[in-house]
Design a protein around this ligand. Structure first.
Ligand code: NAP
Length: 256
């Protein structure tokens, strides 16, 4: 059987789960693409290619060379560049693009959120007075907080922040989720944290810090996502499977 070829842009637990489900299908050949940022990435259920493509032209060339039938962008909600590249490459090649993006967290009673539009706004939202900040935004943008060196930071990331911050009061913690609420409460208390900075990533694995902050009555500075339009959009792995099915079936109808 001539298999339909699917390329999943990954780096999230949803991408891994979706790859595993699609891999069960004998009519599909699925490859997962990782940026190669994480030194020790989690094992994946399908063949993996690693590293950037070289911008939109590189992605377009890869899609054509590999005769990809469906591109699935299951990257992190805050990985803006690769998602923009995926949209541009889909437009250029006509290869359909399915976006899998999990929902953000919703504010509930007891939450004390300050929603901001960017990391720079999060830095500003901490204010002038020194605070003890839990910085749980990953390592790539932590350097932005050098702009507010009066605060004491606890920075948690999967891989080391390199180069480290220039701000004088910084503790680093290397850890990979999922994080349980009780452990997050204990961490915030042990470091006498008085404000949490997080992206509104959504999902369960990193929600513990949000619940922990609520339980302790602590404020959270939450960086929100920019809204982006996609023709084919799914919020869960199940929705993505249904849409992928539909898109794959439409190749057959076209007799491609
Ligand atoms: P980004 O800023 O949107 O992308 C920067 C460049 O990295 C892209 O232009 C592309 O290089 C390459 N790239 C990104 N994702 C790729 C993928 N899945 N496969 C191949 N190349 C990829 O991305 P980012 O925010 O650095 O995120 C990198 C990876 O970490 C993504 O896979 C994402 O899902 C994951 N992640 C990100 C976050 C976050 O908060 N940003 C959190 C958790 C996981 P070329 O232009 O050369 O193709």
């Amino acid at each position: 059987m001539d298999k339909r070829r699917i390329l999943i842009l990954g780096g999230t637990s949803e991408a891994r789960a979706l790859a595993g489900r699609l891999a069960e299908r004998p009519d599909l050949a699925v490859t997962l693409s990782l940026a190669g940022r994480t030194l020790d990435p989690a094992p994946q259920p399908v063949p993996v290619r690693t590293g950037g493509f070289g911008g939109v032209p590189g992605l377009v060339a890869h899609l054509r060379e590999q005769a990809v039938d469906l591109l699935i962008d299951a990257t992190h909600p805050f990985a803006k560049q690769i998602s923009a590249n995926a949209r541009a490459a889909s437009e250029t090649t006509g290869i359909p693009l399915l976006r899998l993006e999990r929902l953000g967290w919703e504010e509930t009673q007891g939450d004390r959120w300050t929603r901001v539009a960017s990391i720079a706004d999060a830095v500003a939202a901490l204010g002038a007075e020194p605070r003890r900040v839990f910085l749980a935004i990953g390592r790539q943008e932590a350097k932005a907080f050098d702009a507010a060196p009066q605060h004491h930071y606890l920075v948690r990331s999967v891989d080391p922040v390199d180069p480290p911050l220039d701000a004088p009061h910084v503790d680093y913690l290397l850890a990979r989720g999922p994080f349980a609420v009780e452990a997050e409460v204990a961490l915030l208390q042990a470091h006498r944290i008085d404000v949490v900075v997080s992206k509104n990533s959504g999902g369960e694995a990193t929600h513990g810090k949000i619940v922990a902050a609520r339980n302790l009555g602590l404020p959270v500075v939450l960086v929100e996502r920019a809204a982006v339009e996609n023709d084919h959009r799914a919020e869960t792995v199940e929705d993505a499977l249904r849409l992928a099915d539909h898109l794959v079936a439409s190749f057959r109808k076209r007799g491609v």
